[in-house]
Every structure is written in C-alpha cells, then in structure tokens.
Write a new protein. Structure first.
Lengths: 319, 296
C-alpha cells in the first residue's frame, strides 16, 4: 500500500513536464465535461455582448442590423441630456433604495436583538420560520396580496375609515405620492424576517466572555445590549452598508414592475422597467440598449469601488 | 450565562420580546390569510368591504370560475415541469462545472474560472439577450425556461468551494483504481456534496417556480407555455388601477365576478404550493444564507 502514493507523486512530476497537447490528452475527460458549459457560456453570456453594437446605431426592428446607420453616442446623449427619463428613473431608483435601507436596517437590527434575547425557544423558532416565508414568494404574489390589502374595499381602507382618519377610501395604488411608501413598505415586509439571519449569525460570534464580564459588573440586559451586542454588530453593519452602496442603482425590476401603473409612473419607474418598456414594448431597441449599457457600466463602477473599499478595510477583497 | 435570576425586569423584557415577535408573526401571516378569506367570499359581497377574519358569504365560486376561465391546470403543469426539469438539469450542469473548475491541475484553470465568474457582473442587457435568444431559435419554446439559465454562477461558486474542502485523498485512491474523471464526479463527489446540493436545488426550484419574466418576454405569443405566475401577473396588470369600482366585469361569465376576487383566488392558487412545501424545506432555506456567508 505504501508504494502507491509515491507512484502518484511520480505521475505528478511527469505531468508538469508534459506539453500542452499531452496535458489536453490526459485531461480529456475533464475537458469533455467542460465543453458543454463553455458552449453555454459563450452562447448565452458572451454572444449577447455583440448586441451592444445596437446602442451606437439607429436600429429599427424588421430591417437588417447591417443597414442601420451609425449614430455614435447619440442614443446615450438622448438618454442623459435630452430626455426627462434620466433624472426621473435615477431619482426613483436611488431614493427608494436609500430610504429602504435607512428604515429597514434599524428594524432588522432591533428585531434580531429581540429574537436573540428571547428565552422561549420553541415559540421563537416558530415565529422565525414564519417570518422567512415572504422571502420565498414571488413579487407577483406579493403584488396580488397587497393589491387586495390596499384596494378601495381592502383592510387598510376599512380600518382607516372606521378609525375616522379618512372619510373616503384612499386609492393607494393609483396615487403617485404613495408609490415610494408602497415600494419601501413591501420590500421591508418581504425581507425583514430573512435579513435578521445575518445579524443573528454575527451575534452568535460575539465572545460570550464579554457578556459574562458585563453581567458580573452588574450591567442590566439593556446595558449589555447597548455596550456589547451593538458594538459587536458594527463590522457586519459596515459591510452590509458598503454592499448596499454597490447596489445603489440596481432596482428590483419585478417589484417595481408589479406596482407601477400609468397613474403612478412618475414615481414608480426605474432604469430596468424603462429598458423593458422602451425596448420590448415600444421596440425602441437602440435606445433601450444604450440605457442598459449605461446601467451595467454604473453598477460595475460601483462594485469595483466598493470592492476597493472592502479591500482597504478587511485586507482581502470580496471577489 | 448559566446563572440567571428571573428578576422583574427580566420577565418584563421576555414578555415584551415575545409580544413583538407575535406582532411580526401576525404581520407576516395576516395578508395571506386575508387573501384567503377574500377569495372564499362571494365576490359581490366582498366588494362591500369589511372583511377581516372570516368570509361573510362563503363560496367557492371564485375558484371554480378562475379554473374555468383560465387554463390553470395547463399553467400549473408548465410551472411544475419547469421547476422539476429546470432544477434537475441546472443542478447536474452547475455541479459538473463546479467539479471541473475545482480540479487543481486543469489547464487554463484561472482563465476558465474568470470566464464564468465575470458573467455575474457583465451582461449584454435585456435587448441584446432577447435578440440572441431569438437568433438561436429559443423564442416560443418551453426550453427557454431551462437552457439559457442552466448554470447558476453563484451556485457554482458555492459548490466549487464545497468540493475544494473535501479531502484530496478521495481523488488519490480513485485515480489509483483507474477511475475516469466523470466516474469520480458522479460516483464519489456528487453524492458527497448532498448538503450543498440540497440548498442549491431548493433555491433553484424556488426561482423556477417564481419566475414569469422569461415567459412574458420570450414566450409572449405562446399562452400555452405560460406558467402560473405569468397568468397572475397578467391579471394584476389588466386590473392594475382597478382599485376603482368602475372596471367592467367580464361579460362572458354568468355568475357576477369581480376582477379583485379572481385576482385573489389566483394569488392563492399560486401561493398555496409554496406554503405547503415550505415547512418541510425551511431548514435548507436557512442553511443557504449561511453557505453564502462563508463564501463572503
């Protein structure tokens, strides 16, 4: 038995000296396994990149792409400087993202602390399981639920009327001013339970000695939370904040698309939904492609930026 | 923390915490429950509002009509097919790729890894993607749900990391026995990866069940291929501002129906499978984020 490992070592040394062709032959089985994946990635991930060409021409569906006149950066200029869309979609995307972050983060942290500190184990587990549920249902379903909830005869209006806050039912979904609150609230509703997991994980890794020391020193539970738990969460919070900065202009397409309608379009239109509308519904292929490229480019810059910051802080990059 | 005295403030804290969690639970579940109540109520009566906890006039008419006027069974079949076929094929391909890219002696290993990982951040965008799939003949086919999304790069990274942590003695002994790479993968490594594969497949399955966008874009003209989620999506869009009452009711239906009730019933039909399956799989769900955390 002891001879075998030596044999394989000799094999390894031989491998190194082999030429590329010989290596390919010895690895043929691996390469056969790789081949379909390579074809896949080239077809579905790299071939579409050629389509960026569309952004620099004036392409009309039905005519051959080669006959489309070259217009250079015109499509980009139209989006950035001439249309009203740019300011509107950027404002909506960024504001909804930032507001959601500002409201949801304290909620998530307090909820995680409440869960962590509660002693009733079984009860806690059940509620946690329930609270993860919305994360796994689609935005379409969330839409179906909240359309009903917020409708003219829905629960929210019923309660508001019986409390005397409003006389006439409010048409939440058709009001431009309610678009952001609805987007923010539904996003928090869907993710709140789920996002506590990451904080609970971070709390689990806080040194228990710190709690014991605080306990011995006579700190109350509130004091322990304030002076041990919260500082212990700081690194996690900072990483999550930086990551959120990376996703600042990435809208959640499905959510926005579900809740947008002609009435609230002014405040419920983001880059992704605009690309979809312009491109596939109005067949404005060139313009939509230009907007898509702009979006990819900005996201990429943000991600590289964020990655650099994390590298500085942690000493190792995320990617 | 073994020594613990139950002081008054401790008790108060515990009960307050329990109460907050109760509210969280109610806030999560009540919207689902409300929809169930609404969909089980007689449609015209539901329009009067004031439904909270129990249907006033119990009726199955919504479900019967939704079933009759939409091809729910067909859509459910499509949803089921894409979930099962999509998950199985994606799992096999993704883990095969993860295996190949995890082998240290693979030629151009760094290049191949980069080639795949870069696609997480750079994509052609919607329109070029659409034109590509159109040129490849994927429009109006069932396979557009399966093939273009076959490999999940993030999942591949999770599986690859898992494989790299397996002891290398597994390979040594297998190679001595003269096993080929694909035998090693299918017979030895694949079964050993069960924990990570379970998580990955569940997330893939949920994604497949939930998606409608690919159907809406690529199979626009083939209603026979629409999954349940798209049927619901179309209904949401059709009655988008239908929170006002002047929306015309469908004339071809004998029983008076309201778009709201139809919508509520379809939403329930799409949600119920997830709620039924959820309790059995939830422990894998939560393992998922932990795997992600290890990678990050």
């Amino acid at each position: 038995m002891s001879i075998l490992p030596i044999n394989s070592n000799i094999q390894a040394v031989k491998n190194k000296k082999k030429s590329l062709l010989q290596k390919i032959i010895t690895q043929k089985h691996l390469l056969i396994m790789l081949a379909p994946c390579l074809i896949w990635v080239i077809l579905f991930c790299y071939t579409p990149l050629w389509g960026w060409y569309l952004a620099f021409v004036r392409y009309r569906p039905g005519f051959p792409i080669s006959s489309a006149p070259w217009v250079g950066l015109d499509n980009f200029k139209r989006f950035l400087f001439q249309s009203l869309d740019f300011g509107r979609v950027i404002r909506n995307t960024i504001c909804v993202n930032i507001l959601t972050l500002i409201i949801s983060m304290p909620l998530e942290i307090s909820l995680a602390i409440v869960i962590y500190e509660l002693r009733f184990k079984v009860y806690k587990r059940i509620i946690q399981t329930i609270s993860y549920l919305p994360y796994f249902i689609s935005w379409v379903i969330v839409g179906g639920i909240f359309f009903q909830f917020l409708s003219m005869e829905g629960v929210v209006n019923n309660v508001l009327i019986s409390l005397g806050i409003t006389k006439e039912p409010i048409m939440f979904l058709g009001m431009p001013s309610m678009a952001w609150p609805i987007l923010i609230f539904t996003r928090i509703w869907k993710n709140l339970g789920w996002s506590t997991i990451i904080y609970l994980g971070a709390m689990g890794s806080i040194d228990p000695n710190l709690y014991e020391a605080a306990y011995v020193d006579g700190a109350t539970r509130m004091k322990r939370i304030w002076h041990v738990t919260l500082p212990g969460l700081a690194p996690t919070v900072s990483v999550l904040l930086i990551l959120a900065a990376g996703g600042l202009i990435s809208g959640s397409f499905e959510q926005v698309y579900v809740f947008q309608n002609p009435a609230n379009m002014e405040f419920a239109d983001t880059i992704d939904t605009m690309v979809y509308r312009m491109g596939l519904q109005q067949a404005n292929f060139s313009y939509a492609t230009a907007v898509g490229i702009f979006n990819t480019f900005c996201s990429l810059v943000l991600i590289v930026f964020v990655n650099t910051i994390i590298k500085r802080i942690n000493g190792r990059s995320l990617f | 923390m073994k020594i613990r005295k139950q002081s008054h403030s401790e008790m108060l804290f515990n009960w307050t915490a329990a109460f907050i969690l109760l509210i969280l639970g109610i806030m999560t579940l009540y919207p689902f429950y409300y929809l169930l109540v609404y969909s089980l109520n007689e449609p015209l009566d539901a329009m009067r509002g004031g439904l909270y906890l129990w249907p006033r006039k119990f009726s199955f008419v919504n479900y019967r009509m939704v079933w009759a006027t939409n091809d729910i069974a067909g859509a459910a079949f499509i949803s089921l097919c894409r979930t099962v076929i999509g998950t199985v094929m994606s799992l096999l391909t993704t883990s095969m790729l993860a295996y190949v890219l995890s082998r240290p002696h693979l030629i151009f290993r760094r290049f191949f890894n980069r080639l795949f990982v870069v696609t997480m951040y750079v994509s052609g965008g919607l329109i070029p993607y659409y034109l590509t799939l159109s040129a490849l003949g994927f429009l109006d086919t069932f396979w557009v749900y399966i093939i273009p999304g076959l490999i999940g790069i993030y999942n591949m990274i999770l599986i690859r990391t898992y494989i790299q942590e397996l002891p290398s003695s597994l390979w040594e002994s297998a190679e001595v026995d003269g096993a080929k790479e694909y035998t090693i993968f299918f017979r030895i490594i694949f079964p050993l990866c069960t924990p990570v594969l379970a998580v990955v497949s569940i997330f893939t399955a949920v994604g497949q069940w939930n998606s409608w966008f690919d159907a809406a874009v690529f199979n626009r003209n083939s209603p026979k291929l629409w999954p349940l989620q798209l049927i619901l999506m179309n209904m949401l869009k059709r009655t988008s501002v239908a929170t006002s009452r002047d929306v015309p009711l469908p004339k071809d239906v004998l029983v008076t129906l309201t778009p709201e009730s139809m919508r509520a019933s379809i939403t329930m039909i799409v949600t119920i499978p997830i709620i039924l399956v959820y309790p059995f799989f939830q422990r894998y769900f939560t393992q998922g984020i932990m795997l992600g955390a290890i990678k990050g």
